[in-house]
Design a protein around this ligand. Structure first.
Ligand code: PA5
Length: 430
């Protein structure tokens, strides 16, 4: 289970009891599943209901892909790729020793990126996991077509069936019909779980399993989250307390933005995942905190000055692992010459120095104008990330109901997708 601590004069003097009835109401909408968008709350108990056989099927597919190929290309955008990539990088790091590589396409329309990746793939024996709930999103659809053409040219049409795994809707969309017609191995994205909540479904699980991440532990973390953050009483529910805090920081204190902060470059995607979860869920009807993210200490040297003393528009939510494992650490050695004057750090671990930076920044920021949540995970592993994700799901749904909006739709995104179809002349779209 995670811990949540709060620092700063405004956040620590918030009076949650004063909005008790609003908090009870939001909790009840989740509990009774009768709030706006209630046909998309399947994530509430998906993990605890998931049959073990589904996980075994995903693991068996991942093992086949790892055995027969040396690379997996994950094709998806938004909720169809961010969560998986976030967990893979946070656990395996940015330079994994694994010979089996995982790369991403379909999350951009960038011609140079696509060209460079296709060129790199020319020396790889790759498989593809195409992930799209609607099965019609332009970015992944275009990338998928390019990859199919490449597979056909290099290995022949018959190979498509073995090299491609589709993760999509159980019945609708172009991808589903194609998967049925060609016979791709397929996994289902449940009807009642939207993209940004779908990392706990085959959307995230197959890429994770391909990265040798223990998806049973991940799902146990999610399932335990149902218990850890499932109390309908907001006093006892950490996710609801965090949700209530961010609601008051927006509506009473007047902050415009929540900045998610991590201290490890490999955790950068946690910030990206959170930006999508909160941005797409809560940014509607002229409401919602603008979610942004930084990686410290790197960004202290670009954004630190603004955060400390610029427009007082944001609070921080810091996500940290309690202890960096010894095999991921480095010790600073004594140097007889000491030309760099760093001998005062000799014998210290780099993680210790990073921790001191964290403490120094926290006190500098919260002694000044900033308020901060500090969320700590015992360990950055599959179990704890699953647990953390469930915490944020609950907090996000709760925040949405407090704001009086539907946290589960994305009308703005649908509008851009539609406009693009019109501009590109997609048949049947006006
Ligand atoms: O959270 C969401 O619903 C979106 O970010 C979608 O995941 C994203 O737009 C991709 O959609 P699809 O999976 O239908 O291709």
């Amino acid at each position: 289970m995670i811990t949540l601590k709060q620092f700063g004069s405004k956040i620590t003097s918030l009076d949650l009891e004063s909005i008790d009835s609003e908090l009870q109401q939001a909790s009840s909408l989740i509990e009774k599943r009768n709030g706006a968008g209630n046909d998309f709350v399947g994530w509430l108990d998906y993990a605890s209901k998931l049959p073990e056989s589904e996980l075994d099927d995903i693991i068996a597919t991942a093992q086949r892909l790892r055995r027969d190929y040396d690379t997996l290309v994950c094709v998806g955008i938004g909720g169809s790729y961010l969560g998986g990539r976030c967990v893979i990088e946070a656990i395996n790091g940015l330079f994994p020793a694994d010979d089996f590589k995982i790369v991403y396409l379909g999350d951009t329309l960038s011609a140079p990126y696509t060209t460079q990746l296709l060129k790199w793939l020319a020396n790889r024996n790759y498989a593809v996991n195409v992930i799209s709930k609607s099965g019609t999103t332009t970015e992944p659809a275009v990338a998928f077509r390019l990859l199919k053409e490449d597979i056909e040219q290099r290995w022949g049409k018959a190979e498509l069936k073995d090299r491609i795994v589709a993760t999509t809707d159980r019945a609708k969309g172009a991808l589903k019909s194609e998967a049925d017609a060609v016979g791709y191995k397929s996994f289902v994205i449940p009807d009642d779980i939207g993209g940004r909540f779908s990392v706990i479904t085959p959307v995230g699980l197959l890429p994770l399993a391909c990265a040798n991440i223990d998806i049973k532990a991940f799902m146990k973390g999610v399932a335990d989250g149902e218990r850890d953050y499932g109390s309908p009483d907001w006093h006892e529910n950490l996710a609801y307390r965090y949700g209530a805090t961010r609601y008051l920081l927006e509506t009473k204190v007047g902050y415009a933005s929540e900045m998610f902060v991590t201290y490890e470059p490999q955790d950068q995607m946690i910030g990206e995942w959170l930006k999508q979860l909160f941005g797409e869920s809560l940014g509607k009807d002229g409401k919602g905190l603008f979610p942004t993210s930084c990686v410290f200490t790197t960004d202290l040297h670009s954004m630190g000055q603004f955060i400390q003393q610029g427009t007082n528009c944001l609070f921080e939510t810091i996500i940290k692992e309690q202890n960096i494992p010894a095999d991921q650490d480095v010790v600073i050695k004594e140097d007889a010459a000491d030309l760099d004057h760093l001998n005062y750090l000799a014998g210290k671990k780099l993680s210790y120095i990073n921790d001191k930076a964290f403490e120094a920044v926290l006190s500098a920021h919260t002694d000044g104008q900033i308020d901060a949540n500090v969320i700590e995970l015992p360990k950055m592993d599959a179990y704890n990330l699953g647990n953390l994700f469930y915490f944020f799901f609950r907090a996000c749904a709760f925040s949405g109901y407090l704001l009086g909006i539907n946290p589960f739709d994305q009308p703005g995104v649908e509008k851009y997708k539609h406009n693009m179809f019109v501009l590109l002349g997609k048949p049947g779209v006006k």
